[in-house]
Write a protein that binds this ligand. Structure first.
Ligand SMILES: NC(=O)c1ccc[n+]([C@@H]2O[C@H](COP(=O)([O-])OP(=O)(O)OC[C@H]3O[C@@H](n4cnc5c(N)ncnc54)[C@H](OP(=O)(O)O)[C@@H]3O)[C@@H](O)[C@H]2O)c1
Length: 374
């Protein structure tokens, strides 16, 4: 219990952190920072907010005010919520100063150009949230932070297939805009791979926690040793805050886990989160999976063609600069608890099971075809 006197002595966000029920105290940072998150209310943002407040920092978010957080919602009472639009209304950012800017919502090159130029003399560090997608097409075995990125549409590769190239070029060019404005000593570029965990707005990873929790006969796509990579969104969020605390700079690929992992090792690790008995059926023929429209179930991406190396990324520099990984069992269990909570609408849960495009809805038919094939 914190008395009023102790509350006042602690001061600001640190006091709120101590007093707010359910808040995780991350341990105070050496110097409280003023952090601006461009975005902040969807997936990555709320985890950054929670960790930053827990470290004693103050946080402003900049959004259109449309998206509401599905985790840590109560903490937003302690956040300055600035409203505007990256597409043309940056007024709420003018005349203000921050120590660090986290640009999560930079999904157009000119958006990052405009905010980086606007804030260059008003913030020390600019962190652009990029993506390992800049390395697409993933044709190499050993992709590192220094590997080439798709600054343009590479010769011989068609644009417009599934949007991957457009995304790669947009992210790579946005990185460049941040760097050009803030310079190499004040710019951080963090490129997460597939982020998974509570508050995910996609259903890319949900199959594993939801399906393994149900048990029974479970379709496992991919070969045993198909490489897989993922990262818990909280590991990215928390490391980003620690990076700006250290006034770090540089470009980092943020993927996990800590050591090379094959598909079956991932599935067994994920299954360990539940006590439900499950029979895992390895459907390990890439051609068969492609015929049945199963090209990916994150973290598994069929490692062929332009996706050959998508899970062969070496985050050497990120690990050397303090990126850490929580256990897979924590990620799967926490995702499942969030998925089953009121934060997720019942229709979304139902859709994962019954939408005819979802793997869960098609699983029994695909398994029948697999067994019929002999
Ligand atoms: N998910 C992954 O696996 C993954 C992997 C690699 C990289 N990334 C990158 O990670 C970043 C994080 O995304 P996130 O959604 O988790 O971040 P977030 O900060 O939690 O949410 C995105 C925010 O952008 C705001 N926003 C959207 N359009 C806007 C506009 N026109 N003007 C102002 N604000 C706007 C949204 O709020 P309003 O709707 O209220 O405006 C929302 O708060 C993205 O850049 C993504 O490319 C994601």
């Amino acid at each position: 219990m914190t008395t009023r006197r102790e509350f006042l002595a602690l001061g600001g966000a640190a006091a709120l952190a101590a007093a707010a029920p359910g808040r995780l105290l991350a341990g105070a940072a050496p110097h409280p920072l003023r952090i601006l998150i461009l975005g902040g209310t969807s997936f990555l943002g709320p985890h950054q907010v929670a960790y930053a407040l827990g470290r004693g920092h103050s946080v402003s978010t900049f959004t259109r005010g449309r998206t509401t957080p599905s985790v840590h919602a109560a903490l937003f009472r302690d956040v300055e919520q600035l409203i505007g639009d990256r597409a043309g209304d940056l007024d709420a950012l003018r005349g203000r100063e921050w120590d660090a800017v986290l640009d999560n919502s930079g999904s157009r090159v000119e958006w990052t150009r405009d905010t980086a130029r606007l804030l260059v003399d008003r913030a020390r560090t600019y962190l652009y949230t990029s993506s390992t997608g800049v390395h697409y097409p993933y044709l190499a075995d050993d992709i590192t932070e220094d590997s080439p990125v798709s600054m343009d549409w590479p010769a011989g590769v068609e644009s417009g297939d599934d949007g991957s190239l457009d995304y790669a070029v947009m992210k790579a060019r946005s990185e460049r805009e941040a760097l050009e404005a803030f310079g190499p000593d004040r710019t951080l570029v963090v490129r997460p791979g597939y982020m998974v965990g509570p508050a995910d707005r996609t259903n890319r990873f949900a199959y594993w926690p939801v399906r393994l929790a149900r048990g029974g006969t479970v379709l496992v796509p991919g070969k045993a040793d198909d490489p897989v990579q993922w990262i818990d969104v909280r590991d990215v969020a928390e490391w980003m805050i620690r990076l700006v605390e250290r006034e770090a700079a540089g470009t980092y690929d943020a993927v996990g886990p800590a050591s090379e992992t094959g598909m079956h090792r991932f599935v067994h690790g994920a299954q360990a989160s539940f006590s439900t008995p499950a029979d895992l059926v390895a459907v390990d023929d890439h051609d068969f999976l492609a015929e049945h429209g199963v090209g990916y179930v994150v973290p598994w991406i069929m490692p062929t063609g332009n996706n050959y190396g998508s899970a062969r990324i070496r985050p050497t520099r990120a690990v050397a600069h303090g990126l850490t990984y929580r256990p897979l069992a924590d990620t799967v269990r926490d995702f499942h608890a969030w998925w089953e909570s009121d934060a997720v609408p019942a229709e979304r849960r139902e859709g994962l099971v019954s939408d005819p495009r979802s793997l869960m809805a098609r699983e029994a038919d695909i398994l029948r075809a697999w067994w019929a094939r002999g």
